[in-house]
Design a binder for this molecule. Structure first.
Ligand SMILES: Nc1ncnc2c1ncn2[C@@H]1O[C@H](COP(=O)(O)OP(=O)(O)OP(=O)(O)O)[C@@H](O)[C@H]1O
Ligand SMILES: [Mg+2]
Length: 231
């Protein structure tokens, strides 16, 4: 059983504008994200990386094929069950960090656990521990507007880890940061994923970042080619 497995996944979108027709973006993709392994997907803009990640996380459905998350096929779940399953098995980090603006750093990190029905007194300690590990112990009461870009991404990492998911999905997590901050966040994400024994599926334009992962795939011509495997 894998944290995430894609079996014969294809995805097409209706082409926008006049006339009918479909745009095939992913063609018969097979991918297994193994326990504790970090995997990067690189590829040109528009090659379908974000589409693939959204499908892997059950945020979008494939046109054909299936996505199995920790033993459960997303297609067998209704929307509510899917959200619940995702919240307990997957942590997401996006390029634009999507923090809740009306909640402070600590509350943003607590949110996945509160949604899962855990009482605050039972998860507060873990949230504080994660914030401390990422160097944010003096920022726990700051609202997103009072945090730098790198700090917001660190809060996003803590939030992604909060429910102890088996896998973290990250789409260009350092895309909006300057080089120095990006490199700090890269190292933090990889070291935390390793320390907490999480699988990581990372989408990035940045080849140097990708090469720090155990496996690297190139998404080209609608399919994946394995270009590095150190596992
Ligand atoms: N909802 C949609 N409807 C129609 N076409 C879409 C939709 N979402 C994505 N596409 C198309 O699918 C292709 C892949 O998009 P995707 O966002 O996955 O690329 P990407 O590899 O993540 O690119 P980038 O590196 O620029 O983020 C693009 O050509 C895009 O226009
Ligand atoms: Mg993208």
């Amino acid at each position: 059983m894998y944290p995430i497995e894609l079996k014969n996944v294809s995805k097409s979108f209706p082409s926008a504008g006049k006339g009918s027709g479909e745009l095939l973006i992913l063609d018969n993709i097979n991918l297994a994200i193994e326990d504790g392994v970090s995997t990067a997907i690189i590829g040109k803009s528009g090659s379908g990386k974000s589409t693939l990640l959204q499908i892997a996380g059950g945020l979008d459905a494939p046109s054909s094929g299936s996505v199995i998350c920790s033993g459960t096929d997303f297609a067998t779940l209704n929307d509510r069950e899917k959200s619940f399953h995702r919240n307990s098995h997957i942590g997401f980090i996006f390029q634009a960090n999507l923090l809740l603006e009306d909640f402070n750093a600590l509350e943003n990190v607590l949110m996945p656990s509160l949604i899962a029905g855990v009482k605050e007194k039972d998860c507060r300690e873990r949230a504080l521990k994660l914030l401390k590990k990422t160097g944010l112990e003096d920022r726990i009461n700051h609202y997103p507007s009072q945090l730098s870009g790198g700090e917001k991404q660190r809060v996003s990492i803590c939030r992604a880890l909060m429910n102890n998911p088996s896998v973290i999905l990250a789409d260009e997590p350092t895309g909006a940061l300057d080089e120095e901050n990006a490199s700090q966040i890269e190292n933090l994400l990889l070291s935390l994923a390793k320390a907490e024994k999480k699988s990581l599926l990372l989408v990035t334009h940045n080849n140097d970042f990708a090469q720090k992962c155990d496996r690297v795939y190139l998404l080209t011509n609608r399919n994946l080619t394995l270009i590095k495997d150190s596992k």
